[in-house]
Design a binder for this molecule. Structure first.
Ligand SMILES: Nc1ncnc2c1ncn2[C@@H]1O[C@H](COP(=O)(O)OP(=O)(O)O)[C@@H](O)[C@H]1O
Ligand SMILES: [Mg+2]
Length: 322
């Protein structure tokens, strides 16, 4: 499929972003840089501010302070639509597509690029048919690339969960982004689906040369595919660097393990079983603590060899994202 030249992909720079919600500081002067063509993971325990960060990057939330720039463009005060047009596309945490065929959903992604718009389409103005055909061809190409070619005309509601998440990713790719934001792309998936999705993400970077910002709870996945990692905890950036470096960073280990002695020795499987898979949105502190322990277990040595072996219970939280 047609590739984006990595040279066209600008740097994404996040500088000193602060977001407050009625007294709670969800992000406190957070900054990082996503180098062109890299996979940059944003990780951290539950409630660390990862989704808030995404919502600022994509224009859903407005930061109280700080700036987000994509190359020469300042994104900080732009609407989500303008940001998408400038080349930043996102997927949502826990979105599950239910309506229409795969093709319909991918063509929705193309809409941001449609010149003629709804009115011209409705009036069947000249040139519209040609433009629509072109979009459909490209959607088909992207579906093939994401291994969805053989279900292109199928209703998404009939597809397995992992495949629907891939449709969501393909829909974002249909916007021809320079930067793709993925919020917990393997949440709720089984081991096979995780592995396939990890391969898909890696091949997006390799084949298209675009940058990917990945918010993920699954440490194994992050260690396997990320070039660089930013670690958040309680709204602050506590570490950053290569996956190997952050994994060894004492501040990161502390954040994931918490301070309780008994946390450290908790058996892995027992921890997994105790984390509620359908935990509601705003997690209470005790639940947050469970997530921290659960996430910490997957940072331990041995996971790196077979990162997708174990299902991290922390990834199945079902909070709503606006
Ligand atoms: N719309 C909102 N209103 C109030 N508080 C929010 C809102 N969104 C997030 N928060 C709070 O901000 C903090 C960070 O949340 P979030 O960014 O969702 O964390 P993460 O994605 O890392 O789990 C949490 O304490 C959360 O409860
Ligand atoms: Mg989140």
């Amino acid at each position: 499929m047609t590739t984006t030249v990595a040279g066209d992909v600008p740097e994404l720079t996040v500088r000193a972003i602060t977001v407050r919600f009625a007294g709670l500081v969800a992000l406190d002067a957070v900054g990082f840089t996503v180098e062109p063509g890299t996979i940059h993971a944003v990780i951290g325990p539950n409630g660390a501010g990862k989704s808030t960060c995404f919502n600022v990057l994509s224009g859903v939330y407005r930061a109280d302070r700080g700036t987000v720039r994509l190359g020469g463009h300042e994104l900080t005060r732009l609407t989500p639509h303008r940001i998408a047009r400038l080349g930043l596309a996102r997927t949502f945490q826990n979105i599950v597509l239910t309506q229409g065929t795969v093709a319909d959903n991918l063509l929705l992604g193309r809409h941001v690029l449609t010149k003629s718009g709804f009115t011209a389409t409705a009036l069947h103005l000249p040139g519209v048919g040609r433009e629509q055909r072109r979009h459909r061809e490209r959607a088909r190409e992207i579906a093939d690339f994401m291994h969805l070619g053989n279900v292109f005309e199928r209703p998404v509601g009939l597809l397995p969960y992992g495949m629907r998440k891939r449709v969501e990713m393909a829909r974002a790719l249909c916007m021809e982004p320079k930067v793709l934001l993925l919020d917990e792309p393997v949440a709720g998936m089984n081991a096979d689906e995780r592995s396939e999705t990890a391969d898909a993400i890696a091949s997006i970077r390799e084949s298209l040369g675009i940058s990917i910002v990945l918010v993920e709870h699954d440490m194994g996945l992050v260690m396997r595919i990320a070039d660089e990692v930013t670690v958040l905890d309680f709204g602050r950036r506590i570490a950053g660097g290569t996956p190997a470096a952050v994994q060894r960073d004492p501040a990161v280990i502390r954040a994931y393990l918490g301070t309780g002695e008994d946390d450290v020795d908790e058996p892995v499987e027992g921890t997994g079983a105790s984390a509620a898979p359908d935990a509601p949105a705003a997690s209470t502190d005790p639940e947050g603590a469970t997530h921290r322990r659960a996430a910490s277990t997957s940072m331990r040595a041995g996971e790196a060899d077979d990162p997708l072996r174990k299902r991290d219970p922390a990834v199945v939280d079902r909070e709503e994202t606006p």
